[in-house]
Design a protein around this ligand. Structure first.
Ligand code: FAQ
Length: 315
């Protein structure tokens, strides 16, 4: 807190915070903020960071089996980008006073969530393309508005992350276009991957608005700029024409243009499946966490060596 702010009473600080939000300015780490604002940001940003790190696993599964050197180099770079996104986001939580080691422990002890989407398996190489197209596509739809989030470090981090995610989405689409121009077997692989990833991609946007405990307050604080359902609709509207251009069928017979609403209608999401996945019972939850836990333990010597080296610099 600046010396001038230190002289203000709590109600005055609160009024100042509200004015900053009203004027669409940014809250910065040293500014006064309500405890609940800090807490919800740490929750959302940590969960976002964990998602980027756990999200490396499904695609990394294909690095050693990529069909060409070019595809391997692209995939390797993409997976490394996700690690970078995790690091920017953990840094943003540290500006809020969180401790990255503690957050990692909460992740591997299943005390904090990560995105439901990364609990599904990647069964064939078309999954890599479909993750780029649908998963990065959904991530961009959700994250572009976060570039205007009220907390400065999060909003600024998101600008760079979104640029990289846009590139990821295009690489996924390009891979799928190439496969769709290939053999019948390749086209079947793309359709199969689309069938498996479509519904989980819609779940990435979170529960429906009437069942989303955090949305109203996060919107009032301008952490979130749109509701879960608004962003999900935006994603469907953007993706249906892309599926047509690719020549794949989205696995939902209820998708149809609604002239009156000016949007595509779509079918009911299986919210029971979503609840199962976020409570740890998805197809790959146990595998993803076991892998993350093992990587953490295997990296203990690196952390110790880095700490010893840092201590030496101070003597
Ligand atoms: N999965 O009240 P709401 C990526 C939880 S990054 C798991 O609606 P909120 C890049 C929620 O946390 C993908 N949990 O919550 C990439 C809350 O739990 P809690 C990650 C979910 O925060 C691509 C409870 O349900 N992106 O893909 C999910 O207002 C390719 C109630 O929900 C972000 O994290 C879910 N899908 O809205 C990487 C973006 N949805 O803590 C590798 C930032 C909800 O109260 C490869 N986050 N929950 O127990 C957000 O925009 C928001 O946090 C939402 C949820 C929209 C995800």
């Amino acid at each position: 807190m600046t010396p001038a702010a230190q002289a203000l009473s709590e109600p005055e600080l609160e009024r100042h915070f509200e004015q900053v939000i009203e004027r669409d300015q940014r809250i910065e780490p040293r500014d006064w903020m309500p405890d609940a604002y800090r807490k919800t940001l740490v929750r959302q940003v940590a969960q976002h960071a964990h998602s980027e790190i756990i999200g490396m696993q499904p695609e990394a599964n294909w690095i050693t089996r990529a069909p060409s050197l070019r595809r391997k180099a692209i995939l390797l770079a993409k997976v490394q980008d996700e690690a970078g996104h995790g690091l920017y986001l953990y840094s943003a939580t540290e500006t809020l006073g969180a401790d990255r080691t503690e957050l990692t422990e909460k992740l591997i002890d299943s005390k904090q969530k990560y995105s439901s989407i990364f609990n599904y398996p990647t069964l064939n190489f078309a999954d890599v393309g479909v993750i780029g197209w649908l998963v990065d596509g959904a991530a961009i739809c959700n994250q572009v508005p976060l570039c205007r989030s009220s907390f400065g470090p999060y909003a600024r981090g998101m600008v760079r992350i979104c640029k990289e995610e846009s590139f990821h989405q295009r690489q996924g689409f390009e891979l799928l276009m190439t496969m769709m121009r290939g053999t019948d077997a390749q086209r079947r692989m793309v359709q199969d991957a689309t069938d498996r990833w479509w519904w989980p991609s819609l779940m990435m946007f979170g529960p429906p608005d009437h069942d989303s405990p955090n949305t109203a307050q996060s919107m009032a604080w301008k952490i979130k700029r749109h509701t879960n359902d608004e962003l999900r609709q935006r994603f469907v509207d953007m993706t249906v024409p892309q599926a047509e251009a690719l020549g794949v069928t989205l696995p939902d017979p209820e998708i149809s243009w609604n002239d009156e609403r000016g949007h595509y209608d779509f079918g009911e999401i299986d919210w029971d499946e979503f609840k199962q996945v976020i409570s740890g019972n998805g197809p790959c939850n146990a595998e993803r966490l076991a892998h993350r836990r093992a990587a953490h333990e295997d990296g203990a010597w690196v952390r110790e060596a880095a700490a010893a080296y840092a201590a030496k610099q101070h003597t």
